[in-house]
Design a protein around this ligand. Structure first.
Ligand code: AMP
Length: 420
């Protein structure tokens, strides 16, 4: 029986990879212009890290992790997200003792046992940032504007920014009690998930996607009315900075993060045109997370964005991405006697940074042209007996269909001039 890729995973084939390279390049460059440096953490971690850092009441930890025992019976988990690992690295390398804030970005595969559908996979890719060491609302606004700058640089204009504040553990506790009192009388009308989680984590009921849950809790109290003076001031500041820099947002009092280490700002970015899985990025402040994971009290803020969903959005609109092809130059060998000469030319081209290849299968001249075209080569070099005798190479431009003879010495400069 043929073995296929596991459900929820997929191959990125070489003829699609240019889209990923372009996406990754734009994201990296944009993040670096905002002063973020890349961190790469392991793909697997001790399971306990995610239980603490993501929270064992979350769907991710309770239902979606790829957890396994290694040969020494340690419980390890393929990372379902990257924030917990960044926090672990921050603590493990005593980064708090250095100059703060530190601004990190990451990009790579994450793993969740999710229900696969368009825009939802079991191995998917995230780009994200974490900034540790400042509680300044200007940093919240900067993190949000980084997401929007990335979208703009990718040519994605149509998005919605949802914004909320989840307060701090003190003011949220009061709100929690109010919310529980509001929900308790209608508890029987909630979905089974909400019925089990509402006492422990009532905020999660607010963002439940089941319509009957939303009907049942209509008229629920608003977190905004319960923010303490400090949290209220922080949220106003974030809002006014965003307004000052011309960023439009929707205040969304159902955008919540149910765990205690999330504080103040929460945000999400949707691109409605990509369909049901329209959330492309989500993030917020987590002033309690570093401490929760065993480090010092340390403010932090970050977000993660899904690369598959960005690609979906880019594919669903007009854009000018073109496949740069695999090759710049294809060397057509018209006579086997010319092997040595061909080898010299090829190594010269490659050393000059020109993507070059040749025929290995003794194909006809016509078949070699076809192959060169398929590989996206702009130029074909023809090397036959005639050329060898004259000490030249014939360059054929596959775009203009023009041919010219160039001396061996002038070859690389001539090719560079055309490619540029
Ligand atoms: P989260 O870490 O759950 O806040 O997700 C952040 C972003 O990652 C989301 O807005 C999505 O764009 C993306 N994402 C999360 N889960 C998946 C998944 N299973 N497949 C593809 N993208 C995902």
């Amino acid at each position: 029986m043929q073995v296929k890729a596991p459900r929820g995973t997929y191959d990125i084939m070489p003829d699609e990879i240019y889209k990923w390279h372009q996406l990754e390049q734009i994201i990296r460059t944009t993040a670096e212009t905002f002063g973020y440096a890349e961190i790469r953490t392991p793909i697997f971690e001790h399971t306990e890290l995610f239980e603490r850092g993501v929270g064992d009441t979350t769907d991710i930890v309770s239902k979606e992790m790829y957890t396994f025992l290694d040969r020494s019976n340690r419980s390890l988990t393929l990372r379902p997200e990257n924030t917990a690992s960044c926090v672990r690295a921050f603590i493990e390398h005593s980064v708090a003792g250095g100059v703060l804030p530190v601004k990190w970005y990451y990009m790579g595969p994450m793993f969740r046992y999710d229900r696969p559908q368009a825009g939802r996979y079991r191995q998917f890719h995230q780009f994200g940032v974490e900034a540790f060491g400042s509680d300044n609302p200007a940093l919240d606004a900067e993190v949000i504007s980084l997401v929007l700058e990335i979208l703009a640089n990718l040519g994605l204009q149509e998005y919605e920014l949802h914004l909320n504040s989840v307060g701090c553990p003190e003011c949220r506790e009061l709100y929690r009690q109010q919310l529980i009192s509001h929900i308790r009388p209608v508890k029987d009308k909630l979905c089974t998930d909400c019925q089990t989680r509402f006492e422990k984590n009532p905020l999660r009921v607010l963002d439940c996607k089941v319509a009957s849950c939303q009907e049942a809790i209509a008229g629920f109290p608003n977190m905004y009315d319960y923010l303490c003076p400090g949290c209220s001031k922080h949220y106003s500041r974030v809002q006014s900075i965003l307004t000052d820099v011309g960023i439009a947002y929707i205040h969304d009092n159902q955008l919540v993060r149910g765990l205690d280490y999330y504080t103040n700002t929460a945000f999400e970015i949707m691109i409605p045109l990509i369909g049901a899985q329209s959330a492309v990025a989500g993030g917020g402040r987590y002033n309690g997370l570093v401490k929760e994971c065993g480090g010092p009290q340390m403010p932090g803020i970050g977000f993660a964005m899904g690369l598959e969903r960005l690609l979906l959005a880019m594919n669903s609109q007009e854009n000018s991405r073109t496949n740069p092809g695999q090759l710049d130059v294809f060397l057509a060998l018209l006579d086997e006697k010319n092997e040595t000469r061909a080898a010299h030319i090829l190594s010269g081209l490659r050393r000059a940074g020109i993507r070059a290849d040749r025929d290995y299968n003794h194909r006809s001249a016509k078949a070699q042209m076809k192959y060169a075209d398929k590989m996206g080569a702009r130029l074909v070099l023809l090397l036959g007996e005639d050329e060898i005798q004259k000490g030249v190479v014939t360059i054929r431009d596959m775009q203009t269909r023009q041919q010219s003879e160039v001396s061996n010495e002038a070859l690389i400069a001539a090719i560079k001039a055309i490619l540029e």
